[in-house]
Design a protein around this ligand. Structure first.
Ligand code: AMP
Ligand code: MN
Ligand code: MN
Ligand code: MN
Length: 276
């Protein structure tokens, strides 16, 4: 039985619409999932039209936050998207994303990249906009060779396009998640490139703020990482979650529902999640 609690649709930077994502999940025989778009629940607005078959759905989103100057992603499950505190958080993040897009364009142009502001003017910022959109623009205008290079040279951590200071704080994100009835899970702990001791400090802080789980598995990963993160989830009493972080079909290391297995000795998050 495949489960997957981390994936993206066209409501953020995924390539499949929510409906297409459901068709793909059925084909992949995923029986319980959560769509976790960046800073948005809008995928769920059209859920009446989804052909679910036997699939269980848990409402979710992935919030961009900051903690001690590090960009940290937090998964929210079972929130009420209509709750005032959640609407305020989403509005804040949307505004931050739009303002950030303007700054990214400016900073990329200062680096000598061309046409970014003009492209952004024409595209507009009303629809979801993230760094992958800039990466695709740079690729289309042949200013980079591929998406990876766009991140490595211009958009990744510490580069000109890595503008992150406007996200809500970890504290305020966890507060809104809990106030709206939801549960907070730390996304992909391995992606932040933290030292072991700094990661433990993050887990202590996350737990103290009311976080209930962490991703022990994110996509396909090395067995030693699964084992290590599994041990941390036990040590810090955080439920173990699993997700592919799927954005598009055809990427073997993050195919929907095909992430590495959770260690069988660990309390999985699945039972704690509601299906709505
Ligand atoms: P943003 O939400 O605008 O900060 O963009 C972050 C998103 O960019 C992540 O969720 C990934 O989907 C994507 N991303 C980050 N790093 C890379 C990378 N090195 N290569 C490709 N996509 C990336
Ligand atoms: Mn993404
Ligand atoms: Mn993420
Ligand atoms: Mn994600």
């Amino acid at each position: 039985m495949w489960v997957d609690f981390h994936m993206h649709s066209t409501a953020s930077d995924g390539v499949l619409t929510p409906q297409e994502l459901m068709a793909h999940a059925r084909a992949q025989q995923v029986h319980h999932l959560s769509i976790t778009d960046h800073d948005s629940f809008s995928a769920y607005e059209e859920r009446e039209q989804w052909d679910l078959g036997d699939i269980r759905i848990t409402v979710g989103a992935e919030f961009s936050t900051q903690w001690n100057g590090v960009g940290i992603h937090v998964l929210a499950y079972d929130c009420d998207p209509q709750a005032q505190c959640m609407q305020d958080l989403v509005a804040h993040q949307t505004d931050a994303r739009q303002q950030r897009a303007l700054r990214i364009a400016e900073r990329l142009e200062k680096q000598g990249l061309v046409g970014v502001k003009e492209w952004l003017d024409q595209r507009g910022i009303q629809r979801y906009i993230g760094r992958p959109d800039f990466a695709r623009f740079l690729l289309e205008t042949q200013q980079v060779k591929n998406i990876q290079q766009a991140f490595k040279k211009h958009l990744g951590a510490g580069k000109a396009g890595d503008v992150k200071q406007s996200w809500a704080t970890l504290e305020s994100v966890l507060q809104a998640i809990q106030e709206s009835g939801g549960m907070a899970v730390l996304a992909h702990p391995d992606k932040y490139k933290l030292t072991n001791s700094k990661l433990k400090r993050l887990l202590v802080g996350f737990k103290a703020l009311g976080g209930i789980g962490m991703e022990v598995v994110s996509g396909r990963q090395m067995p030693d990482r699964t084992e290590y993160l599994g041990r941390l989830s036990t040590e810090f009493e955080l439920l173990a979650s699993t997700g592919s972080d799927f954005h598009e079909p055809g990427k073997a290391w993050c195919e929907l529902g095909r992430q590495s297995a959770l260690p069988s000795t660990i309390a999985p998050i699945e039972q704690a999640l509601k299906s709505a």
